[in-house]
Write a protein that binds this ligand. Structure first.
Ligand code: IMP
Ligand code: MG
Length: 189
């Protein structure tokens, strides 16, 4: 079925060009930071970060390996349960490695806090975080990202990897979802 963006999207928050521009800028920052360091392990948090890591990695000029990890935080709605479960783990041992977690969005912070604690137990040489989007207003736990693409207001967004009920990850922009789409669900206040 064709996506009817008029019914779905309240407004485009970040258009395709702005995303690409920002991601290239982030890649340059990472290139500088990791230029003289050991090989980098990119830990992509599935599924939301797929578009971000794909675009970002194209502009990295440092040696890096791509690893994937799947964690569950939300069920099929727009609020965080605070329960985070590892559904799929890394293939690689990250002991003594330079590790960069790649996340789509930090909301309450529960997901990434759990992931960070888990990965730190494996003894990486260094562990940093980069997130495309950050909703600082919503933070419930103390968690900071080393690099942030865009700080966004407290609104539910989809596109460029981010979903609503597993849909709309394929939109090339970040858009705010119309409240009418999910108003039946108790969500962020
Ligand atoms: P946190 O544990 O509350 O920080 O939630 C982080 C995860 O929730 C992200 O990795 C996303 O998968 C999801 N999430 C948070 N806010 C949004 C949103 O506005 N749109 C889509 N997914 C979101
Ligand atoms: Mg995610």
């Amino acid at each position: 079925m064709k996506i009817d963006s008029n019914d779905l999207i309240e407004k485009v928050l970040i258009d395709e060009e702005s995303l690409n521009k920002k991601i290239r800028k982030l890649a340059n920052t990472l290139n500088e930071h990791y230029a003289d360091k050991d090989e980098l392990i990119l830990v992509c948090i599935l599924k939301g970060s797929v578009m971000f890591v794909s675009e970002l990695a194209k502009y990295l000029n440092v040696e890096c390996k791509m690893e994937f990890m799947s964690v569950s935080s939300y069920a099929d709605n727009t609020y965080s349960s605070g329960n985070v479960k590892i559904l799929m783990d890394l293939d690689m041992d990250i002991k003594d490695k330079e590790v960069l977690i790649i996340e789509d969005i930090i909301d309450t912070g529960y997901t990434l806090k759990k992931v960070k604690e888990n990965l730190l137990q494996r003894g990486p040489k260094d562990l940093k975080i980069i997130t495309l989007l950050d909703k600082p207003e919503r933070r419930e736990v103390d968690l900071k990202s080393d690099w942030v693409g865009f700080k966004i207001p407290n609104e539910f967004v989809v596109g460029f990897g981010l979903d609503y009920n597993q849909l709309y990850r394929n939109l090339p922009y970040i858009g705010v979802v119309k409240r009418s789409v999910y108003e039946d669900i108790e969500e962020m206040k």
